[in-house]
Structures are given as structure tokens and as C-alpha cells.
Design a protein around this ligand. Sequence first.
Ligand code: KG4
Ligand code: ZN
Length: 359
Amino acid sequence: MPAKPTALRSDLILGIESSCDETAAAVLRGPRTILSSVIASQIPIHRRFGGVVPELASRQHLLCIDTVINDAMEKAGCRFEDLGGIAVTYGPGLVGSLLVGIQVAKGICYTHDLPMAAVNHLEGHIRSLFIENDEIPLPALFLVVSGGHTSLYLMRRDDGRYDTLARTRDDAAGEAYDKVAKFLGLGYPGGPIIDALAKHGDRKAFAFGIPRMSDRSLDFSFSGFKTAVLRHVEAAGITPLGFLDAEGKEPEAADCTKPTLDLLASFQEAVVRTLAGRTMKAAWETRAAAIGLAGGVACNSRLREVMAEEGRKAGVPVFITRPALTTDNAGMIAQAGWEHFRRGETADSTLNADPSAML
Ligand code: KG4
Ligand code: ZN
């Protein structure tokens, strides 16, 4: 495997993502054209456990990664020898799952003499915004909000470095959604289900305190919301539904009582107001010229609405991608990889998974 290519053989990058419960491959031409993007979701497998079971996840990645990659190559109409390089997620994520993607990437790179880029999953989420947007004004502030992470990063220059301004001190925002949904028996993953049901509830019905950090840092904390939900459930006598075990079926508003819908709407409002409030404070403090929203929770309809409104009020443009690029996908990994190759940064065959990689 060449250690440091001076130029790529072609502008086609194959991205591979297997950090959690999605096996994904995508072919990107240049920095912004997705020729194919294939995602095999494991949601039906993990659903009845109300969360991802790591051992099942890595086994499933092993079973389907070849098919997913071949499918992406076929849809893009190219062969491995047409590629310029391969970008693969090395962390953070589940170690067994990450290793599947890394080993397959190494194998293809070795066989076809291709350079490999090691991409941080969180960088991938940020770079998803650069697929649809040619120019994001800098310095740009990015809120990466997913099932495992809730962080604010500042990108001063387009040089691959990100300053971490805040992270969560306990649960991630997506994790809070998933745990509340599990507790209320709504199904998995909780984010999209609660997002849909919350539209039918009263956002002001239940009180949620917005946590403030005593040291005035911008860090997040979401575990208190989960505890508040438990308290409200007891006080209002709300009974959990049984949708976690129901095969693939998701609850509709008609399946829920009014207090349940109100509680979900109030919980979501508290999460969204926390995310938006902290992001706008950071944007003001850093004089950010733009704000970007990335990660699975950036699909949330209320978060998109509130962030767009807050950005308008502050006169700062807010960038959000379409949902297919927001949740885990390999197009974002290929985009980040393209930037690595552009800067001449490649990984070698000693690349290992780093489950707790920092950005
Ligand atoms: O980025 P992602 O696909 O995977 C990780 O890197 O974690 O994010 C998955 C998370 C899950 O917690 C899921 O519940 C949440 O994103 N999510 C949402 C929505 N869609 C997905 N949360 C709130 N509202 C949504 N519409
Ligand atoms: Zn992710």
C-alpha cells in the first residue's frame, strides 16, 4: 500500500462506514458528487433490545459488508481499479464493528494498490455539510448531535483541524431520545418516533429545567431530562406502550394518551432549546460566520425549525443537510477522505480501530 500519494489515480473515492449499526458504502466523484450511497440498516435486529447490541452489530457488518460495497460500486458504474482511494471510519464507535470496515478497506487497498484515508466519524458528520454546500463561511461552528455524541466544534480554517468548544458530560441528545422511547415502550430508535409523536402534543404542558453548568462552560448534560421524564410519568400516571416488542410497528398519535403526547412534546422542546441555546451562545462568543448542524438528531424537525429561526434572528446562516446525509452514511466519510487525500494525508496498513477517538 503506498504510504503517501502525491496525486490520486482518479477522483473517485469509495467511502466505508461501519462504526455502529449501519453498514454503508458510497462512491463520491470529487468533493461533492455522490454517485452511489448504499446503507444496510440493522435497526430491525437491535429494535427488540431497545438499543444496539455490539456483538450482533459486528456479526451483521461481517455478513453484509461485501454486498453493500459491491452494490455501491455497481450503482456508481465503476470497478475497484477505477478508484482514486478508499476512506474508512476508524473511530469513534464499536470496536468490533469498526474493525470490519477497516479490514475490508485494507484488503481492497492492498489488492488494488490504492491509498487509504482514516476518517474520524465525527469529522465525517461535519463534512456531510460540505457535500451540498460549496462554501461555508469560516469560522464555522458545528453542532454534531448524534446517538453517541453531542459536541460543538469550531472550524477556523479549512485545514482539517477543529477546536472542541463543548461536549456532553453524560448522555448524548440522541441517547436521551432513545432512552425515553425505550422507557415509554415506543420502539427504537427513539428520535424519529418521538419527533413524529411530539407534533401532536403541547410543548408547554410539562416543565423541564434547562441545565446550566456551574463553571459557565458550554458543555451539555442530558441525563437530567431522562430523570425528569420518569418523574412526570409517575406523577401523571402515564402507562408505557408495548411498541418495543411489536415487530417493526411504530406508534401513531392515536395509540397514545394526551399526557403521553404532551410529555413527548415538552421533552423534545427542552432538548431542542438546550441545543439551540448553547449553540447560539457559542456562535456569539466565537463570532462564528456560519453554523452547521450534523448527526442523526439534526434530522429532528423541531431542531431544524428552531435553529433556522435563531440563526435568522442573529444574522448567522445555518447549514443543515437533507436527512439522508445527516444520519450515518458513507458519503460523508468519502467527502472527509477526499479532503485528507487533498492534503496528502493517508493511513497505512497499521491502521487500527479507535473506539473512543477524539476529533
Ligand atoms: O448520527 P447517527 O445516525 O448515529 C450515530 O452516530 O449515533 O444518529 C443516530 C441518533 C439516534 O439516537 C436517533 O434516535 C437520533 O439520531 N435521531 C433523531 C431523529 N432521527 C434520528 N433524533 C431526534 N429526531 C429525529 N428525527
Ligand atoms: Zn453518526
